[in-house]
Design a protein around this ligand. Structure first.
Ligand code: AMP
Length: 587
């Protein structure tokens, strides 16, 4: 069926007036200083994310309101704002008792259990820098990130520790304390670890939030580039202004909302919007420990009376695949606003939302480095399905192209492709990549931050995603660096060289595909392919490991020795090979 190019908002869509009713007027009148005045702050100009998210509400009228409802496989636990304050204070006191100092790094590696949320917010209260890691990572990505981040503390579970960390612990000299959540039966007796529940029980439940400065580091989120090790994007407490403004305008959070962000805090969305933004607005969040399951998700939306839902294109496509029959068994009268992020959202998915959920899906765009939503389909604006929407108030976006001789030029003509850039100065902009000044500097052309994404802007000011300007892979919404995968494959004794690409996939966007050439003495075989897949999965974890491996006699390289992933991809997809003038002879 041919669908219209625009979904016009109706009076019914706007029955609950959006926080941002007039886009032009709100943008014109917006200032980050005014946003700051909406927050409490701390004496002497201090600002702390945990204070704004938890403490500000915990001693007032919202004290008894549910902050998080944790849905276990077969259980439910509510944690109110008052209780969240006490629990996070206990955790902050645990850190203090252990001698963990302000500015030290606390890593968290668990599923979406209460301890994760308590450790993140308690760590911030204590003035530490917090880094949540995705629990589906394998041992290699975990050790690399804790190593780069010089983690002093790791909060994890007994099972994850034994499976993923214990063997690599001697690679992590900075790690002084490992605090374990007993997944099975409470207290644990694993050497060189401590039982978190016991420490929490002994700690006091009041704590004076450390008066961090707006420019003090708060969060470390790892992201992947095309080459080299993962980059630790550094975010400051001042980022809370973006979390607040985007929670208000892009997610349209209202008093009394029930909000469900399906992202895992191991990725930036799950922290900025799965933890911080909803708390800032004093709403109640649903957290589901379980993995995706279409029926379960429909049931949660219905039974938990979710009013604002923030999810991802892959999940929406999986719901679409599960078929309309299943959806028809549920109804969502409470649902007011649905948004998604992380990868391109197909126009059909936007319409599917309208047909099945009763609400179109509002795509929005941002990345680890931006710390919060930058471009969005806003509730009051008509949707052009396939577009990412318009820049948020306080965010200036542009399409640029490199200028010969350095710098960039602006592409002002509508519908012309270029790199998406953002004017420096929004509060949640990364302040650097940890220990990697050079890579950080390369992200900027003067006052403009270069996103690495190609996009265009139409005559109405809507932005359209075109693609990445580099080789990073987006699989199920997760950014994967080909280099990390290649390195793990190269550790196998049979592998001489490896090149990794993202192969387009209807469901998850891209799947990770590897090409390897073998060392002398090894022959391609089905058994070896399986062994390599298993090897990579064991090292990298299911979220990062390749799903397909092909053998090649040699990999195409440039004369300077770099594997030409672009060419591997073109050959895989039967596309023109483009400029191969730098290709090494014989490849
Ligand atoms: P990450 O840093 O892992 O959050 O990944 C950020 C990248 O995901 C962006 O640079 C884009 O390439 C991609 N991305 C995020 N949101 C969208 C979107 N709405 N449409 C297309 N790509 C997106």
């Amino acid at each position: 069926m041919q669908r219209p190019a625009i979904i016009h908002k109706t009076a019914a869509d706007l029955a609950v007036p959006p926080n941002l009713a007039d886009y032009a007027a709100t943008c014109a009148g917006f200032s980050w200083d005014a946003a700051r005045a909406e927050l409490a702050g701390l004496p002497g100009g201090g600002l702390n994310i945990a204070h704004e998210a938890v403490e500000r509400h915990a001693h007032g009228p919202l004290r008894e309101r549910i902050a998080f409802r944790f849905l276990g496989e077969n259980s439910l636990r509510d944690v109110g704002y008052g209780e969240l304050s006490r629990l996070t204070s206990r955790f902050a006191n645990v850190l203090r008792t252990l001698g963990v100092r302000r500015g030290e790094r606390v890593f968290v590696l668990t599923g979406r259990i209460p301890e994760l949320y308590i450790a993140v917010l308690g760590g911030l209260k204590a003035g530490c820098v917090v880094s949540p890691l995705f629990s589906a990572f394998g041992p290699e990505p975990i050790a690399t990130r804790i190593g780069i981040g010089e983690g002093a503390v790791l909060v994890t579970t007994d099972l994850l520790y034994e499976r993923k960390v214990a063997k690599l612990r001697d690679r992590l000299p900075s790690l002084r304390h490992v605090l374990l959540v007993g997944e099975e039966d409470g207290a644990t007796a694993i050497p060189a670890t401590q039982d978190l529940a016991m420490l929490m029980a002994q700690a006091a439940d009041t704590f004076e939030t450390v008066a961090t400065r707006p420019e003090d580091l708060a969060l470390l989120h790892f992201t992947s580039g095309t080459t080299g090790t993962p980059k630790g994007a550094m975010h400051v407490h001042g980022a809370v202004l973006t979390h607040w403004a985007t929670g208000r305008y892009a997610l349209d959070l209202h008093d009394g909302d029930i909000f469900w962000c399906t992202a895992d805090p191991g990725w930036v969305t799950g922290t900025s919007y799965g933890i911080v933004a909803p708390l800032l607005h004093g709403v109640s969040s649903i957290v589901d420990v379980a993995d995706f399951d279409a029926e379960r998700w429909y049931r949660i939306l219905q039974e938990q009376r979710v009013s604002v839902w923030y999810t991802a294109p892959t999940a929406i496509r999986m719901l679409m695949k599960a078929g309309p029959e299943l959806a028809r068994g549920f109804s969502f009268p409470r649902l007011r606003f649905v948004a998604s992020v992380g990868e391109p959202l197909n126009p059909e998915a936007v319409w599917w939302g309208r047909d099945v959920l009763g609400k179109p899906i509002h795509d929005n765009w941002w990345q680890t480095e931006t710390g919060g939503i930058m471009i969005a389909n806003l509730p009051a604006l008509d949707i052009k399905p396939g577009s990412m929407g318009k820049p948020l108030p306080g965010v200036e976006a542009a399409i640029v192209r490199p200028r010969e001789g350095g710098g960039v030029e602006f592409v002002d003509a509508p519908d012309e492709e270029g790199e998406l850039a953002l004017k420096r100065g929004w509060p949640s902009m990364l302040r650097g990549y940890l220990n990697n000044e050079e890579r950080y500097r390369k992200c900027f052309a003067g006052d403009w931050y270069l996103t690495g994404d190609l996009a265009r802007r139409d005559a109405d000011g809507y932005y359209w995603f075109v693609g990445r300007s580099d080789d990073v892979i987006k699989s199920a919404g997760h950014l994967i660096g080909p280099f990390e995968v290649e390195s793990a494959l190269m550790e196998h004794p049979a592998v001489a060289e490896a090149g990794v690409i993202g192969k387009p996939d209807d469901m998850v966007g891209e799947v990770v595909k590897a090409f390897v050439s073998l060392k002398q003495g090894f022959e391609p075989s089905e058994a070896l392919r399986k062994e390599l897949l298993g090897h990579a999965r064991k090292k990298l974890g299911a979220a990062v490991a390749p799903k397909e491996i092909d053998f090649l006699p040699v990999l195409p390289r440039t004369r300077s020795g770099k594997i030409m992933r672009r060419l591997l991809k073109a050959r895989e997809l039967g596309l023109p090979e483009g400029d191969t003038s730098t290709l090494e002879a014989g490849a």
